[in-house]
Design a protein around this ligand. Structure first.
Ligand SMILES: Cc1ncc(COP(=O)(O)O)c(C=O)c1O
Length: 500
């Protein structure tokens, strides 16, 4: 059996093209001899948690590039930056306003710091399975309802590339004396080209977390935490960054971040000009598709303030494919590895390390699948099978003979569930009276666990919430579509619940 290194080498040498993170794509290599430079905090090489020398200068270079007052290197991904900034902004038991489509790390911070959460539900497009922007009005409304809210946290851009109106939201949050944390994990490249959205930092956020590794040429788990303004408590932040990260940060990761920042400072404009040229050409071709749809933020639903044009999110609501089906199809037939699939969409991550060949392979593959789908739809509308209702084709189905002959329609619950909170997440996870209950018997009981798909890691159910029929319907839908769910206790789909 191959070991991990051998398996990775095989992948690197194969014809697979990567439309997933990390953003260097195995293509833009900014360092060599990784073993030779892997050291620890020896003399002359500073200490990330008390940076005064070479690491301080490196972080200052990042701050200058992004225009922040202070920027900190993270070696534990955006996850560690989100945990640290929530802990910096909120004391134990404080009230926090969080967008419900936040990454699981936000929920973990709420759980660990025993915070009282209020949820913001962005609009949701059920046919595409995509959340829209967070509206400034909804933020204002929630802040007026509870003057004790200390911090507001939201994700912008989303995994699918949807951006919120951070400028107005920041103004609103500050008028209420709260702190704004923006999870910009997928937007480390924002502000690098006029066709890309501005970064949240320049729009007034106090803490901004971005994953360098997702969209820029940087190694996996590297990220930055930017801080601006008087509301961000730097001392608390530093304390928690040291707690939530290793005391031995990798010099390979940090050197890689510095290389990435230097590349952007020296060659960023030219690099992004070429990259965005390829992006726009690919978008132009993909806009001609008929059955598949390239998201561009102009759709009336789910409502989008701005959009990241470098993110290729393909929605499948007018085709026979589920998001998972499209994911499997591009893998099987074209050796393209997407980043992730949702109910009715598939996400392809692009970056300045992508090549023209990569973009051509992506557009050829999607146009070819679109052609198949369009002729299938034509046959369906003229054929005798048009009234037959069959499940959406999932990843598993794609390979099956039945799939090749199946015509499909959607059966997706209209709304993203908003379950009642019975216990605070921090209380629910400490509950000892839980039992594992089959999914069919969960309705009405209180979940003691999270249930989510990873990626994207947005919980459908949070500890302490009452399970509803809507929740169990969606769990069943996800399982039918072939997704692996986190949080279910076993393969038969038992949930850890408590009866209250
Ligand atoms: C919106 C969002 N925030 C935060 C994270 C965590 O980022 P990281 O993997 O850098 O820890 C992710 C990961 O996918 C994410 O999608």
């Amino acid at each position: 059996m191959k070991d991990l290194y051998e398996a990775l080498q095989d992948y690197a040498a194969s014809d697979w093209y990567r439309f997933h993170m990390p953003g260097h794509k195995g293509n833009l290599q900014l360092m060599q001899d990784i073993y030779a430079i892997d050291i620890t905090e020896i003399d002359g090489f500073d200490d990330l948690h008390h940076a005064e020398g070479i690491l301080l200068e490196a972080q200052q270079r990042a701050a200058e590039l992004y225009g922040s007052e202070e920027t900190f290197y993270l070696v534990g991904g955006s996850t560690s930056g989100i945990l640290s900034s929530v802990f910096a902004a909120c004391r134990r038991g404080d009230h926090i306003l969080a967008a419900r489509n936040c990454h699981k790390s936000v929920y973990h911070a709420i759980e660990l710091n025993q915070l009282v959460p209020h949820w913001l539900f962005p609009t949701y497009d059920s046919s595409r399975g995509i959340f829209g922007s967070v509206s400034p009005e909804s933020v204002k409304r929630e802040l007026e309802k509870d003057p004790d809210i200390r911090a507001v946290i939201l994700t912008s851009p989303t995994y699918e590339g949807i951006v919120s109106d951070i400028r107005t939201i920041a103004r609103t949050v500050h008028e209420h004396g709260a702190v704004l944390i923006v999870d910009e994990a997928h937007g480390a490249h924002f502000g690098m080209h006029p066709q890309l959205p501005e970064n949240a930092l320049s729009l007034g956020a106090d803490f901004v977390v971005c994953s360098l590794h997702k969209t820029l040429p940087s190694l996996t788990s590297t990220a930055l935490l930017h801080v601006n303004g008087p509301l961000a408590d730097r001392d608390r932040l530093k304390k928690y960054m040291a707690m939530f990260q290793t005391s031995s940060p990798s010099y390979v990761l940090m050197a890689g971040m510095d290389r990435c920042i230097r590349l952007l400072a020296e060659k960023g404009p030219a690099l992004f000009e070429t990259y965005m040229g390829m992006v726009e050409e690919a978008r132009f071709r993909l806009k001609q598709m008929q059955a598949l749809h390239l998201l561009d933020g102009t759709e009336t639903s789910p409502g989008c303030f701005a959009f990241d044009r470098s993110r290729f999110t393909i929605t499948t609501e007018n085709s026979s494919l589920s998001g998972n089906g499209l994911y499997a199809a591009v893998r099987e037939r074209f050796h393209l590895q997407p980043e992730m699939a949702g109910e009715s969409h598939t996400v392809f991550i692009t970056s300045p390390a992508d090549t023209q060949e990569g973009f051509t392979r992506l557009t050829d593959a999607l146009c070819s699948l679109d052609l198949d789908e369009t002729s299938r739809e034509r046959k369906l509308s003229g054929g005798e099978n048009s009234s037959v209702e069959i499940q959406k084709a999932s990843g598993e189905d794609y390979r099956s003979a039945e799939f090749q002959n199946s015509f499909t329609v959607q059966n997706i619950p209209a709304e993203f569930p908003n379950p009642e909170t019975v216990l605070l997440p921090g209380q629910a996870v400490e509950e000892t009276a839980g039992e594992q209950v089959p999914l069919d018997e969960c309705t009405g009981r209180v979940s003691l666990d999270y249930v989510y798909l990873y990626p994207p890691g947005i919980p459908l159910l949070v500890p302490g919430e009452r399970v509803t029929q809507q929740v169990t319907d969606r769990i069943r839908l996800w399982r039918n579509l072939g997704f692996a769910l986190h949080g279910m206790k076993d393969r038969t789909g038992r949930l850890l619940t408590v009866c209250i």
